[in-house]
Every structure is written in C-alpha cells, then in structure tokens.
Ligand binder design. Structure first.
Ligand SMILES: [Zn+2]
Ligand SMILES: [Zn+2]
Length: 400
C-alpha cells in the first residue's frame, strides 16, 4: 500500500527544531551504562504530554511507553538506545558534552530524540492507528546488555499482546546524510570476549630448559588462531578472531610463569560462532599440551548476531525508497562486524535495524570520523528523516 508519505515527512520536518533541541540537551549531559537517571528524566518530560502509557524499568532506568490506537489491531515495537561512552569529546560543537570523560559518540542521543519525535508524530495520528505502538527507550547498549534487561522485565508483554514487528534505527557517519541503509539477514556480528592464560614455569632467562617459557607458546597460539580462521571456517559464513591484548613478563632476564591473551570473536551465524568457540579451545589447549603447559580458556558470551527478518528488512527498504526516493534507500552489500544488543529483540520478534546515514555535508562518508570517535559529528538535518522513518515503519507494520 502507498501511504501519504509526504504528510509524514512534512510532520517530521515540522518537528525538526524540537528534535534537534532535545538531541542537543541530551548531548550535553551524557550518561554511561544501565543507570541513566538524567536521560530518563528528560525522556519522561519530553513525552509527558502525549497521552502515552508510560512504565519505567526496575533494574535499569529504561522507559517503555505505549501509544494505544483508536481501534484494535497488532502491536509494533520501536527502539532507541540511550547510553553514551567513556571518552572525552573533541568536536568543538557548541553543545559539546559537559561531563568530563563521557560523550555521546555513538549517536544514541539522536536515537532518543528521534524516537521521542516519532512518538509525538504518531500520537498526532492516533485516529488512524489500529493497534498500538510500544516505544522502547533502552539504557546500556554499549556492552551492558540493556535490551536483555528490558526483555527479562517483560518488555514484550507490556501490552498483553506480543509485537508482530520491531524496528530500530542506528545513526552513522559512514553513509550519506538522510539515507536509509539496511539488508535482509545478518546485519551485525556476534561479539564474544576471549581470555586465555598460558600456564608455564618461571625461571632465569639464560636457562630456559630449567623453566617452561609460556611466551613462545602464547605467540604460537596467536598465529595458530589466524590459521584456524582461514583453514577451518567457511569463508562464506565468516568469523574474525583478534587477539588484541598480550601480556607477559616483568623484565628482560626473567622467564615469567604465565602469559595472558585477550581478544574478540566476531561471527555472522550462530553455527560459526559455536564452531569458533570449540576450535579456539582445541587449538589453544592443543598447543599448550604440545609444550607441556595448561591453557585456561574463558570465553565470555557477548551479544548474539543481529539478524534482520528478510521480509521486514525488504519492507523497510521499499518504504524508504517510496518516501525518500530510490537513491536514498540502499541495500547494504555486506554486514558490519560490530555488534548490537538489538539482536536479543530480533531473536524474539521479526523485525529489522536500519542505519540512518548522517555524514556531515562537508565530509566524505569514507573518511569522516566514525561512531565511537571523539571527533564524530552527525548531520542533524538527517534527524527528521529518522523520525519519519520510525513513524512510517510503525504505520506500515500495523497496516500489514
Ligand atoms: Zn556504539
Ligand atoms: Zn550504538
């Protein structure tokens, strides 16, 4: 069905000033983790006049708000994450972070502002909503499993009806401003943390045969893991294993008793993820045992693979094409090996995530400072596109 997308764009445009103002207020006061009391307070104030049914989290400072339509129908879930990162902003923006060592460098401030804008836009169109829209304001995306906390607190049963669709936007400076970029299937990788300790025996550096030196063994493990990835993992269902932190020893003439390795595992399917876990232990412990050493391997599970529902992602792509023009709706050639806890929601509800391009007009997407950089700047002109996309996806999902 073709909607009056022009009306939605117009409405989002009318809200642009408000959206940008809210975003800037959030940007000045970033908070980290699962407890974001100031951000929560700002959201409650911003959506307070919309007639939504609002609930706050118990284990986190999440906000779940429900817009009931005027007739019955399905439920759709829209999400914006709320948290910032521990780094010092160096953008020189007029509304730069006022909190030392904390910055909204992943653009979650824009997500909150756009989701609040979409709530206002949709509340204004309540009469045409058959069903309901759940707005999920989520803390703790940056490694704190905030979405998992909200699911455990009954997010999907908030209204008594499970959502039939779920949608999230992520802003990025990697794509041209005002574009919507998504793909069917895997969008983002799983991300697990590896910690390994190679247990050798310390001694004098001049007499290694009296000791058992864990350093060459640790080095051998690092190299062997790269061989493992290229020789034993299907290149069309890939994985990345990076050992990013190597520590051993204290000085030049002492063989240490242990060496430790830390790194990350990324994969695009649950199968490859599981296989890497298994092979990594086999390789590390096998090499250790070849040299008479124990290797302790600890793999801490992070976020699962973010998998877009094929039909849902295709609908988002088609809708964005109709609303914004075909040149502003792009299918991504490949997934991105970053990770998202939106993956937990997509394990339960058919839905998608799309990237909202927001590269500033004076920079190039390929070279602009990226998300998580202390220099990253997002083009605020893209925010009304985000508001319109959230709203249009909700209306189309309810009408489907
Ligand atoms: Zn991030
Ligand atoms: Zn993010």
């Amino acid at each position: 069905m073709t909607r009056a997308y022009d009306d939605i764009l117009q409405q989002a445009g009318d809200l642009a000033e408000r959206t940008i103002d809210f975003r800037r207020r959030l940007h000045r006061r970033p908070e980290i983790g699962l407890q974001l009391p100031k951000t929560q307070e700002a959201i409650l104030a911003e959506i307070g006049d919309l007639g939504l049914e609002v609930r706050t989290g118990t284990s986190t400072t999440s906000v779940t708000a429900v817009l009931e339509g005027t007739s019955d129908g399905p439920t759709v879930l829209l999400r914006g994450d709320m948290d910032a990162l521990p780094l010092t902003e160096n953008t020189g923006l007029a509304f730069t972070s006022e909190v030392d060592g904390v910055m909204h460098a992943c653009g979650h401030d824009t997500h909150v502002a756009m989701l609040a804008g979409a709530a206002r836009l949709l509340a204004d169109r309540r009469a045409e909503i058959a069903g309901r829209v759940v707005f999920m304001f989520q803390p703790g995306e940056e490694g704190f499993h905030g979405a998992r906390h909200m699911l455990d607190e009954g997010l999907l049963d908030t209204t008594g009806q499970r959502p039939t669709g779920a949608f999230a936007l992520h802003i990025t400076s990697m794509f041209g401003s005002g574009t919507i970029n998504t793909r069917p299937g895997p969008l983002l990788a799983s991300a697990d943390t590896i910690r390994m300790t190679v247990q050798g025996k310390g001694g004098h550096a001049s007499a290694p045969h009296y000791a058992n030196d864990p350093i060459p063994v640790a080095c051998e493990i690092v190299i062997a893991l790269q061989t493992m990835v290229t020789r034993r993992i299907d290149i069309f269902d890939p994985a990345v294993v990076t050992i990013a932190h190597v520590t051993a020893g204290t000085t030049d003439n002492v063989i240490p008793a242990t060496a430790s390795l830390e790194g990350t595992i990324r994969a695009l399917s649950a199968e490859t993820r599981g296989r890497v876990h298994e092979l990594l232990r086999q390789v590390a412990q096998g090499i250790g045992s070849a040299h008479g050493m124990q290797v302790e391997v600890d793999i801490e599970a992070g976020y699962p693979v973010t998998v877009n529902d094929d039909d849902f992602a295709s609908s988002v792509h088609a809708l964005a094409g109709q609303m914004l023009g075909a040149d502003r709706s792009c299918v991504m050639d490949t997934p991105i090996m970053g990770a998202e806890d939106w993956s937990y929601v997509l394990q339960e509800v058919p839905g998608a995530m799309a990237f909202l391009g927001a590269c500033p007009p004076d920079l190039e997407p390929d070279t602009a400072p990226g998300n998580h950089s202390n220099l990253v700047v997002f083009d605020e002109a893209a925010l009304s596109t985000g508001v319109a996309t959230y709203a249009a996806v909700a209306l189309d999902t309810l009408a489907r």
